[in-house]
Design a binder for this molecule. Sequence first.
Ligand SMILES: C[S@@+](CC[C@H](N)C(=O)[O-])C[C@H]1O[C@@H](n2cnc3c(N)ncnc32)[C@H](O)[C@@H]1O
Length: 229
Amino acid sequence: MDSLTTSPVADVLERLFREAEIADGPMIAEILENVEAGADPLVEMLEAEARDYKGLYREVANNFLSVSPDFGRLLYICARARNASRVVEFGTSFGISTIHLACAVRDSGGGVVIGTELESSKAARAQDHLAAAGVADFVDIRVGDALDTLRDGVGGPVGLVHLDGAFSLYKPVLQLLESHLEPNALILAENGTPDYLDYVRDPSNGYVSLTLPFEPARGNELSVFTRQA
Ligand SMILES: C[S@@+](CC[C@H](N)C(=O)[O-])C[C@H]1O[C@@H](n2cnc3c(N)ncnc32)[C@H](O)[C@@H]1O
């Protein structure tokens, strides 16, 4: 049984991906123009985050910044293959990736996706989208900085983590979650930064890691947690 490709989820996702294209199109076009002119968007983002990451994400509070349909499908496949009953997501935005994860949790027999979102207005819209998709009962969105909202734990062992918030915080957020990871937990990162990639690619830190062949290449990484308790 799969709820991802059937109604109402499939219809809600189709609508949200269409809305994301309209909302984010001008911003993506500007980024592509800057790349053609020689800019490195990752370097620029990291510099802007270092100045004020909360201010930066407030400026894009009307943008989806969502995963692609293929990456969403990969999230669903990994969470289902892992039979994950507890998933943590860093960066929920309007809930596109969260819907994929919540479907996987529901289709695997139940559990919870713990979402995190800095902007309360985004979390509220994500909640509406999750309700429209019929998966709101499987998601708990923690509003605020994930470095604070995840600090006191996540209520049990975690089978899968999706990292898709402020790029510069992937490593500290993962380290915050490490004591809660199940053996063989999967970590999927969109836009992993060099310090994050160095960390998960060093086997002494307890991961085996692989770059995912998504285009454009932007540090998409799949890692498995190999450390045993
Ligand atoms: C790339 S978007 C997430 C897209 C979402 N995963 C999806 O596919 O629809 C990043 C989101 O992370 C949020 N964010 C950034 N830093 C955060 C932090 N420290 N704690 C919680 N949320 C954060 C931003 O407000 C933004 O909405």
